[in-house]
Write a protein that binds this ligand. Structure first.
Ligand code: FEO
Length: 171
């Protein structure tokens, strides 16, 4: 059984993961609208990944005999000032999520909840990867100054990304 404090913090994190999904869905829509289907694809996969993160927490709460509280999702930003801004916001958002996961881990440690600590390790590792992936794209975007042929080529590369549910393959 999950302690109330841990349960509440995880329920908030479930909301944050679905908020992230919505944010990336909005970014995908923005890129489709701008005629950048590769970037749109990349963000759509990002959206799918966030759904699996929310689902992973959802399943964990149920497994531990807690009740998930499905809360309203705040309106996300739907318009942006260009490709670089989108990825700057993505990195900023992932850093915020990393901070949230760390705080969640702090709560699990304070409450001596070893099972939750073990569960959260997957998210700690995932955040390292998330930040690294976005930083790499952002660096490339800055190198080509967010425009020209470089964008065309990068868009083609972004189109290659396919969805893999990593929550199912790595525990
Ligand atoms: Fe669910 Fe992108 O962190």
């Amino acid at each position: 059984m999950l302690k109330q404090r841990v349960l509440e913090a995880i329920n908030d994190q479930i909301n944050a993961e679905y908020y992230s999904a919505y944010l990336y869905l909005a970014m995908s829509a923005y890129f489709y609208d701008k005629g950048l289907p590769g970037f749109a694809n990349w963000m759509y996969i990002q959206y799918q990944e966030e759904l699996t993160h929310g689902n992973k927490f959802f399943n964990y709460v149920n497994e531990r005999g807690g009740k998930v509280m499905v809360k309203a999702i705040d309106q996300v930003q739907t318009d942006f000032g260009g490709i670089i801004e989108v990825f700057e916001k993505t990195l900023e958002h992932e850093q915020y999520v990393t901070d949230r996961i760390n705080k969640l881990m702090d709560i699990a440690i304070q409450e001596s909840d070893h099972a939750t600590q073990s569960f959260l390790k997957w998210f700690v590792d995932e955040q390292v990867e998330e930040e690294a992936n976005v930083t790499e794209i952002l660096d490339t975007l800055k190198l080509i100054n967010g425009q020209g042929n470089g964008i065309f080529l990068l868009d083609r590369e972004m189109r290659q990304r396919t969805f893999v549910d990593t929550t199912q393959t790595a525990e």
